[in-house]
Write a protein that binds this ligand. Structure first.
Ligand code: NDP
Ligand code: OXD
Length: 314
């Protein structure tokens, strides 16, 4: 049984080599080389070109190499087979590290002290708020959002979350759906976005949403951290909100266009932190082990895990 690997933006050869070493009994092929299309039972994908998986009559599943699957679901020729995404404790932990790191950066005014050090200024004349007085709102209460919310609570933040469907989670204030968004934003000083990119969430982080955030909190205004997807944000609105004072800072791991073009004003904005879509890079070996486990489960008669619901897009 052959595995077809279609990857853009990452080193495909290395992924092929990892798959060959983990699944030595399988043939692993890439688009462009000759192979028997009927022999392909599995596909492994990251930002594959549209149509890469069409015309594979025996395809049984497509594995996304990331937790997000928007890179696949936009393909009009995507075959109707299970799409399986990465759910990996290490990836989840790394994302929570990112979220906690940047919330603490805001709480402890780290950017100010970096500037002060550059200017050799000793200025301790500023009240430090307690974490319990800082309200963090997590957009998305899935695998990543829940873990991040829990770890933010351990640090003492006052945390709430927003999801599509209503949730009851012990010790966490939850909001859901369109009706829940305004009250959720109104109690949020630091907005953390861990949503998937879908038809419903595209462009959600715009001027209107940012304008709904609290500005009366203890961290000098409203702050945004987006590590979900760049398509969720309207960058011109973020810049306008920063310049008008509606937003105190933006920490962005994902962008409308990636890599972020060198002409983007986000690079040089004094209140923007840019990271290169690596908030939660997991170890490639761990991801390949998950793919191998899923294939073994399936061939042993068990259902696949972490299948995407195509009707909602995540
Ligand atoms: P999950 O599918 O586990 O969770 C998604 C969450 O978003 C759910 O709580 C879901 O609500 C909520 N949601 C989806 N659509 C809506 C909507 N229209 N309105 C309100 N809430 C909505 O995903 P993960 O937590 O595993 O991952 C989230 C995203 O993080 C990925 O899709 C990917 O884009 C991004 N990511 C980024 C990485 C990076 O390095 N920057 C790394 C890994 C992932 P409900 O609970 O009701 O279903
Ligand atoms: C992603 C990932 O979906 O890296 O961005 O897993």
């Amino acid at each position: 049984m052959t595995i077809l690997v279609a990857i853009k933006g990452w080193d495909a050869e290395q992924w092929v080599a990892r798959l060959r070493s983990k699944l030595p009994e399988r043939s692993v092929v890439v688009p462009g080389e000759p192979f028997d299309r009927r022999a392909v039972h599995y596909a492994v994908a990251w930002k594959a070109p549209a149509g890469a998986f069409a015309g594979l009559p025996n395809l049984e599943a497509i594995f996304s190499l990331g937790a997000g699957v928007d890179h696949l679901l936009g393909d009009p020729k995507l075959p109707d087979v299970p799409i399986l995404r990465v759910v990996d404790p290490d990836l989840t932990n790394r994302m929570s590290e990112y979220v906690v790191l940047h919330c603490l950066k805001i709480l402890r005014q780290q950017m100010r002290y970096v500037r002060q050090q550059q200017e050799r200024v000793w200025d301790d004349d500023d009240a430090q708020p307690a974490a319990r007085h800082v309200r963090v709102g997590v957009l998305g209460l899935g695998v990543l959002g829940r873990d991040a919310a829990r770890k933010l609570q351990v640090m003492g933040f006052d945390v709430a979350g927003w999801s599509r469907s209503p949730k009851r989670l012990p010790d966490l204030a939850t909001f859901s759906g369109d009706d829940g968004l305004a009250p959720f934003l109104a109690r949020t000083d630091i907005l953390v976005c861990l949503l998937p990119l879908t038809d419903d969430t595209r462009g959600l982080i715009d001027r209107k949403l940012l304008g709904g955030l609290a500005r009366d909190g203890r961290v000098g205004g409203a702050h945004l951290i987006n590590a979900g997807r760049g398509g969720l944000q309207v960058e011109s609105d973020i810049l306008a909100c920063l310049d008008e004072g509606a937003l105190a800072s933006a920490t962005l791991d994902v962008f409308e266009t990636e890599p972020l073009p060198s002409a983007s004003p986000l690079w040089a904005h004094p209140r923007v932190t840019v990271t290169p879509h690596n908030a939660a890079m997991s170890e490639p070996e761990a991801i390949i082990s998950l793919v191998a486990q899923q294939i073994r489960r399936h061939e042993g008669g068990q259902p696949f895990e972490h299948a995407v619901d195509r009707t909602v897009g995540y």
